[in-house]
Design a protein around this ligand. Structure first.
Ligand code: RM4
Ligand code: MN
Ligand code: MN
Length: 416
């Protein structure tokens, strides 16, 4: 009760402050209420690095338990209504039953993810030297069959996109032809694209290095854009925030893809050095805000082809995975709310009159506003929690599932 009263006072004070700036708190709250992000099926267990993994109690052992955990994230944030499934890590035994279970929990499915970056038990041909870029056509065919299967599963689940991240690349100069490997990837993706059901999109996700340490085939946003443009209208690029070389201006990448009508979706996370998969907003919150600023601009301008699929892609190595997800969703809601606070008319005026300082300050004014009451209010109106992490701790959920889920042999896939 005190928490609610304090929230109301904070919200009223902020609403009054915003009104003085000619902004309506209610409009921002409504926008935040519409924001949603998908939770990846691989993020409910503790991740790890190749040096070790430190699992916590009560981790989900089955896909059904993972969905139960996602439902908790959704219930507490009001903003995580979909799951992004990874195949084969989370291959459902009974696909229609999984869809029904998700529906019972109030969940749906976002983009499905393929995996040709590891060999699976019993798989006839190895991906050690690549999948879609492999010189052997039989390996490429096997990878294509896998993608067809992922699409079929996704279709039964009600998903409408597939994200393709390829580990293909070389570790040493001379290992593979730089040009032919790219052409082979494009050829295979044409077949995946041709297999897309009506209304589906294909997202190409780039990554500069790891596991390929010399030359990754889909290395950067330029390569990803070349693929998406060659494939057709329903192919778009996915931006994983950890997949850029240090100091890359990611908001500029986002703006370029938006301008080309090719921004398909996001894998949200944060990073200090590489593909660190840390909590969104934990290291570079201003960068995250600037990315959302571009997204909010695109939304307001109703930019052609703008229908971004927002997804999380993180590895929860030392935080409780559910808590980390709650914190992530909160950070995304916050960055989105702040981006709504930019005075666009003033910003345009400063840009046009060449007032560098005030233009920058228009962004900073929004970023430095404590928008937490707006986000809390959006959650309150959605019947979610004012403070999801504290509500989760108070619920005793982790201890309860730890008792129920003990003795499970679930080992989440090694984090990538
Ligand atoms: C990759 C990439 C993909 C994710 C895998 C697990 O680095 O981010 O999106 O599916 O990791
Ligand atoms: Mn990713
Ligand atoms: Mn990654």
């Amino acid at each position: 009760m005190t928490a609610l009263r304090n929230h109301e006072r904070d919200y009223d004070a902020l609403a009054e402050r915003l009104a003085r700036r000619g902004q309506r708190a209610d409009t921002v709250v409504q926008a935040v209420g519409r924001f949603a992000v998908a939770v990846p099926s691989w993020a409910l267990g503790t991740g790890g690095t190749r040096f070790g993994r430190f699992p916590g109690p009560g981790e989900p052992r089955t896909l059904a338990e993972k969905l139960a955990d996602v439902a908790v994230v959704h219930r507490l944030t009001g903003a995580a209504p979909r799951v992004s499934l990874h195949i084969p890590w989370d291959e459902p035994d009974d696909v229609p039953a999984l869809r029904a279970l998700a529906a019972e929990l109030g969940l749906g499915f976002d983009a499905v993810n393929s995996n040709t970056f590891q060999d699976q038990p019993g798989q006839p041909l190895s991906y050690k030297l690549g999948s879609f870029s492999h010189p052997d056509a039989a390996v490429r065919r096997q990878a294509l069959e896998h993608h067809r299967h992922v699409i079929e599963v996704g279709q039964v689940l009600g998903a409408d996109a597939i994200t393709v991240w390829l580990a293909d690349g070389s570790n040493y100069p001379g290992q593979m032809s730089l040009r032919q490997s790219f052409d082979r990837v494009l050829d295979c993706l044409r077949d995946v694209y041709a297999a897309l059901p009506a209304g589906w999109r294909l997202f190409t996700e780039h990554k500069p290095y790891e596991p390929a340490f010399y030359a990754t085939v889909v290395q950067d946003w330029g390569s990803s854009l070349l693929l998406a443009q060659a494939l057709g209208e329903r192919a778009q690029c996915l931006v994983d925030l950890g997949h850029h070389l240090p100091n890359t201006n990611i908001e500029l990448v986002v703006a370029r893809l938006l301008g080309a009508g090719k921004l398909g979706g996001f894998h949200f996370n944060d990073s200090k050095y590489g593909d660190d998969d840390l909590t969104a907003g934990s290291i570079k919150p201003y960068g995250l805000f600037l990315i959302f600023h571009e997204l909010v601009l695109a939304e307001r301008e109703r930019l052609a082809g703008f229908r971004p699929a927002y997804m999380i892609d993180q590895s929860h190595n030392i935080k409780d995975p559910i808590e980390d997800l709650l914190q992530t969703v909160d950070q995304l809601q916050l960055a989105y709310a702040k981006a709504q606070l930019v005075d666009h008319a003033a910003l345009t005026e400063y840009q046009e009159s060449g007032d560098v300082l005030l233009a920058e300050r228009a962004l900073k004014d929004a970023f430095e506003t404590d928008a937490r009451p707006l986000v809390a209010e959006a959650r309150r109106r959605a019947g979610a929690a004012l403070d999801p992490v504290l509500a989760f701790r108070a619920s005793g959920y982790r201890a309860r599932v730890a008792a129920q889920r003990s003795g499970g042999g679930y080992v989440p896939p090694q984090s990538l």
